[in-house]
Design a protein around this ligand. Structure first.
Ligand SMILES: Cc1cc2nc3c(=O)[nH]c(=O)nc-3n(C[C@H](O)[C@H](O)[C@H](O)COP(=O)(O)OP(=O)(O)OC[C@H]3O[C@@H](n4cnc5c(N)ncnc54)[C@H](O)[C@@H]3O)c2cc1C
Length: 337
């Protein structure tokens, strides 16, 4: 167990915000976690993963917990394989190992930053696949009682970047997650430009590693590498609006073209990136913060020394401009702490 007072969190959030917490505790087992939870900790308590979806607004006055529960075990279950993954495992290490073993299921989630525990909280998604599609069970400790609780995926209320854990904030700490993978050939290539990235390949002979490589190439072209430039990925959620509202937006655009996805319930999802771009924010700089040129849905710590205020000022300006231009309120995907 590691326990450090007045801990500098700059290396623990991918935005690279220079903030600290009163106490930082990293534990390596469920038993250690239970004993920590029984203590009188500096309040409030917040559980962090890789810090890749967080914006710290300033120094955190309480305790930041982090899981160093590691280990990836694969158990055969007929054609299927159950992967048991410690909450502190870097999610992409698990994806890489699964693909290396020829297992299908998580290859489209390659290169998403963060840890396995948070993947079950966030219901991470990319290229038509969400964690909730492949999660089998989520093993947790209830923070208030220290009791172990296990949820089947069907009990996790998974939706677009959503889960029961987001609505019961702080109640459960994820300690490990099991994923259901398969040896059966079942690539999911229908989304975005995956097929284009695999042009010339015999699609029937693809391996999970081939798909992983293609996804990694696509992501590297348009997303900032947290090792080089600070960000928390997509800053805003894509808004879902009524068909009538969408038709009004369509009529207001000179070329009559608005990228969108019609949803089964008759509503329409419009890419926030398109709205932000149309409002002229691509590449906009405010203080040390910038709207990323290659993907306007991302706000980056361009200077490396952006303050939380810089990021929030740019966020507020984008929200106001999109509201005034399209009558749509953008909501941040990034959690503000
Ligand atoms: C460059 C970049 C690209 C990205 N691309 C994608 C993408 O394609 N798709 C996508 O879905 N996301 C994407 N993200 C967002 C991010 O990677 C995910 O949200 C990821 O799941 C966050 O994991 P983390 O471990 O960093 O969690 P953190 O950001 O540290 O925490 C996220 C939330 O999970 C909670 N949490 C963390 N660990 C635990 C635990 N053990 N128990 C209980 N709660 C916990 C935290 O309290 C917090 O509420 C991207 C981010 C970046 C920086």
């Amino acid at each position: 167990m590691i326990r450090i007072p007045s801990f500098d969190l700059s290396s623990r959030n991918t935005f690279g915000m220079k903030v600290s917490c009163a106490m930082y505790i990293e534990y390596t087992s469920v038993e250690e976690l239970k004993s920590i939870l029984a203590e009188a900790l500096p309040q409030p308590v917040f559980h962090i993963g890789g810090g890749s979806n967080l914006l710290f607004r300033g120094d955190f006055p309480g305790t930041v917990l982090h899981s160093a529960i590691t280990g990836i075990d694969f158990h055969d279950d007929g054609d299927e394989v159950i992967a048991e993954v410690g909450a502190g495992v870097v999610f992409d290490d698990f994806v890489a190992e699964s693909c290396r073993r020829g297992l299908w299921g998580v290859e489209n989630l390659s290169l998403i930053p963060g840890e396995a525990g948070a993947s079950a909280v966030q219901n991470i998604g990319a290229y038509g696949v969400e964690a909730g599609d492949v999660i089998d069970k989520v093993f947790c400790i209830e923070a208030s009682s220290g009791k172990e609780v296990v949820f089947r995926a069907s009990e996790c209320a998974y939706g677009y970047r959503d889960s029961r854990f987001k609505h019961e904030k702080g109640r459960y700490i994820v300690t490990r997650v099991t994923f259901r993978l398969t040896r059966r050939y079942c690539p999911s290539l229908g989304y975005g430009n995956i097929k284009a990235a695999l042009e010339g390949r015999d699609l029937e002979a693809l391996t999970p590693l081939d798909v992983r490589d293609a996804i990694i190439r696509i992501r590297r072209e348009k997303l900032p590498d947290p090792a080089e430039i600070g960000s928390a990925g997509s800053f805003f959620k894509n808004p879902v609006i009524s068909k009538e509202h969408f038709d009004r937006i369509l009529a207001s655009v000179p070329d009559g073209k608005v990228p969108h996805f019609d949803l089964p319930d008759g509503t329409v999802k419009v890419p926030a990136a398109w709205m932000i771009d149309t409002c002229g924010f691509r590449g906009a700089v405010r203080g040390g913060a910038k709207v990323f040129e290659k993907q306007p849905l991302v706000i980056v710590n361009d200077s490396g020394s952006a303050s939380p205020e810089d990021i929030i000022a740019l966020e507020d300006e984008v929200i106001a401009a999109v509201r005034d231009r399209f009558g749509v309120i953008l909501h941040p995907e990034v959690e503000h702490i």
